[in-house]
Structure formats: C-alpha cells, structure tokens
Design a protein. Structure first.
Length: 254
C-alpha cells in the first residue's frame, strides 16, 4: 500500500519539513520504494515532480528537500506497487485538466477488477487502478457540471461518485484543483491544522524539530493530511472510515 501527504494552506507555505519526513518513508523508514511524486499549485499553474525510483534514493527528492517551493495546495505520494509495474507513468500524483483548471490526484489502496467505462478524453496513460479511478472521477464531474462549480457543489457531487469506486476496494485519496483539497478515507488517514499560536513539531522519521512560531505570521495556517502521522508531539485526528473532508484556506469546511 502507498502513503499520501497533502497540505492546504491559507497562504503560500513551505512544505520542506513535512515532505522530508514523508520522503524517509519512501525506502528508508518504510517500504514504499516503488516511486514517488509531489505537485505544487501556484495559482492556476502547477509544478509536478515524479520519479519511479524510491524517494529515499532520488536526487530529485533530495533537491526538493533543500530547495523549498511554496504553495497553498500540495499533494505528495510514495508508492508501494500492487497494480501496475514500477514505471514513471505509474508514479502518483496524476494530473488532468478540467474547466481550464489543473486537477491533481493521488491514491492509496487496491481496487480489484476495476475497469470503468471511459468514453471521454480522460484516459489513463499508465496501468494503475488509481489512474483509472481518477479518469473516471474527472469524466463524471465533467458530465455533472457544465462549468467550474463551487467547492460545495463539487463536494456534493464527489459524495455521490466516491461510493461507486470504493465498492471495488480500498480508496484513500487526495484530490485538488488548487482552490480546495478533498481527502477521502477508506482505511487510514489523519489530519491536523497548524495555526497561531504556533508551536514546535518533531518528525517521527527523522531527528528534526521545527518551531513554527519562528517561521510563520499570525495569519498563516496549514492543514496537513497524511496516511500515518508525521510528527510525534502533535495531536492528529483520524478520519472516520468512508469519510470525505474538504479543506479550504487551511481549515476543514465539510
């Protein structure tokens, strides 16, 4: 199974601390060594980095840990291959365009015998069940709305669509269009909000403590969503099974 990391922030935020601890799970402190990826939104633009090598051994991952990029919406993934070979085209996150916006998706879990009918321009490039599910969600969202709907409308539609996928297996996922970040839990997902008054946090996977009070202003705020808690001294809230939450400006709104 894979692991997920998402950040949804009120202001552009540096993800180096969380991403560094997360990368260690890609082949150093855990066995998710079959590829990795991270996507940063910048307005309507998007920076995407993926690699079929483990995050622990990837020069690109090491570069990003030392060259922080700031974003309000970030999705990262470390892969343990189950369906689909270890290959660049099977590395998450996946990206598609809809309504003139970039959409990013990453999945943790297995969807058994999942072969949805894809009849629009959303087609998988790789061979994973994850990319097929993403294409189907994009296809069905496009069928449900003529143009870009509100976050509330999108959340309502996703609540109708997600059960049609999760009946095939485990469907933990993160999805973002740069405005909001949706997170769905089948089995395991946790979240927290870092905001004023900021405090210290210590990574579980590396000896690194950061005092966020030294790095942030009172108006800064970040929601962090991850498969397994990244820090040892913060209070993480587990998702309920089959729960879909949406985060906007660093807070859960549904």
């Amino acid at each position: 199974m894979c692991q997920l990391l998402g950040l949804n922030c009120a202001t552009p935020t540096d993800a180096s601390f969380s991403f560094t601890g997360f990368c260690d799970r890609g082949g150093k402190t855990d066995h998710h060594a079959d590829g990795w990826g991270i996507a940063f939104f910048e307005g309507k633009g998007l920076r995407l980095f993926i690699d079929h090598r483990s995050a622990h051994d990837s020069p690109m991952a090491a570069f990003l840990q030392g060259y922080p990029l700031k974003s309000r919406n970030i999705i990262a993934h470390v892969r343990k291959a189950t369906i689909g070979e270890v290959a660049l085209e099977n590395a998450h996150p996946f990206v598609r365009e809809l309504w003139g916006r970039q959409w990013v998706f990453a999945h943790n879990g297995d969807l058994k015998d999942y072969a949805p009918h894809l009849h629009s321009h959303f087609r998988p490039v790789g061979s994973t069940d994850s990319e097929r599910a993403f294409c189907w969600l994009m296809q069905e969202l496009a069928k449900s709305h003529a143009g870009l709907p509100s976050v509330d409308e999108l959340t309502h539609t996703l609540r109708e669509l997600v059960p049609q996928v999760r009946r095939f297996g485990t469907f933990n996922f993160l999805l973002s269009n740069g405005e909001a970040l949706w997170a769905h839990c089948s089995t395991k997902l946790h979240w927290l909000v870092r905001q004023h008054p900021f405090s210290q946090a210590t990574l579980k996977d590396r000896d690194w403590t950061v005092n966020f009070a030294d790095l942030n202003q009172p108006g800064d705020r970040a929601a962090v969503i991850v498969t397994t808690p990244l820090t040892s001294n913060e209070v993480w809230t587990p998702f309920a099974p089959e729960e879909l939450k949406v985060f906007v400006d660093g807070l859960p709104v549904g």
